[in-house]
Write a protein that binds this ligand. Structure first.
Ligand SMILES: [Cu+2]
Length: 299
């Protein structure tokens, strides 16, 4: 054995745990660029309302992951729960094996197991990640839990001047089964609407899912820190409707929003609007010029 080889071997032996020493064929494992750990978390919507759910890296939503378009990343997915999980990358064009969807053939992350994935992020823009484990009739599973977070894929193209950048996910919690399809939040219809429900549903329950608990990120209306701005500042807000069940309209009274991106993709002709309406999973990137001093409720 050459001295050089001996040094190589001994440094490997030092770097690896005892169990690997016998084989030596396992190369030292490089650290992943990002790690998402799936585990039980609590969400404090406000002081008197604390939920128990499953989240990423100890919180819900999970961390904002900033990736570079075209630059390969390695992500460790660690499942600290008792059920198989899938992390789906919503809006990314990546191989189905990495995409985290059962129907496309991505392998599950086993209970108390882990998976390392590698992909080349793209296209650029506001994307998100969430559990794709099928909940079926279990409202404590998959997309009903706190397993969601933003992925922002940078292209190097400046989205325009702004003073503050915010990632705000609209979310509902504590879902329940109901016999009524309650879509009164769908206010996109013109003209008078029929009284709802048109016929009284006398079923004891149903398979529609409703919710009465709402938040932006992890905070309910009136709790959490306000967004503080100075007059004339420009906010870049990335909105995501991270709900599995509800459409949402969001507005900032006294201000207009300039929509520069929809579902993460730049819009050809940015428009000024009073509010944006987002279906489940949709995103909007807006610029708001803070030109009306005061206390305003974004909601
Ligand atoms: Cu999705």
């Amino acid at each position: 054995m050459l001295r050089r080889d001996f040094l190589k071997l001994s440094s490997l032996a030092l770097a690896q745990p005892a169990a690997d020493r016998l084989g030596l064929q396992t190369p030292p494992v490089a650290k992943a660029d990002h790690t998402l750990r799936i585990s039980p978390v609590t969400v404090e919507l406000d002081r008197s309302h604390i939920l128990s759910t499953i989240g990423y890296n100890g919180s819900a939503p999970g961390p904002v992951l900033r990736l570079r378009e075209g630059k390969p990343v390695t992500i460790d997915l660690i499942n600290d729960t008792d059920t198989p999980e899938l992390v789906h990358w919503h809006g990314l064009l990546i191989p189905s094996e990495m995409d985290g969807t059962e129907e496309e053939g991505s392998p599950y992350i086993p209970p108390h197991g882990q998976r390392r994935i590698q992909f080349t992020p793209g296209p650029s823009g506001t994307r998100w990640y969430h559990s794709h484990a099928m909940a079926m009739d279990d409202l404590h599973k998959g997309a009903y839990t706190g397993q969601f977070g933003f992925v922002y894929i940078e292209s190097g193209n400046d989205p325009g001047q702004y003073d503050q950048e915010l990632f705000l996910a609209l979310r509902d919690w504590e879902p329940f089964f109901t016999g009524t399809m309650d879509d009164t939040d769908d206010d996109t219809h013109d003209g008078p609407m029929p009284e709802k429900p048109a016929t009284l549903n006398t079923d004891p329950g149903g398979l529609e899912v409703g919710s009465m608990t709402y938040s932006i990120n992890d905070k309910a209306l009136g709790s959490g820190e306000p967004i503080r701005v100075r007059q004339g500042q420009r906010l870049l807000i990335h909105f995501l409707n991270a709900s599995a069940i509800e459409n949402r309209r969001i507005a900032l009274p006294g201000h207009k929003m300039k929509v520069i991106g929809l579902d993460g993709n730049p819009v050809p002709t940015p428009q000024m609007v009073d509010s944006v309406f987002l279906g489940a999973g949709e995103r909007a990137d807006v610029i708001i010029e803070m030109n009306h001093p005061g206390v305003w409720i974004l909601g």
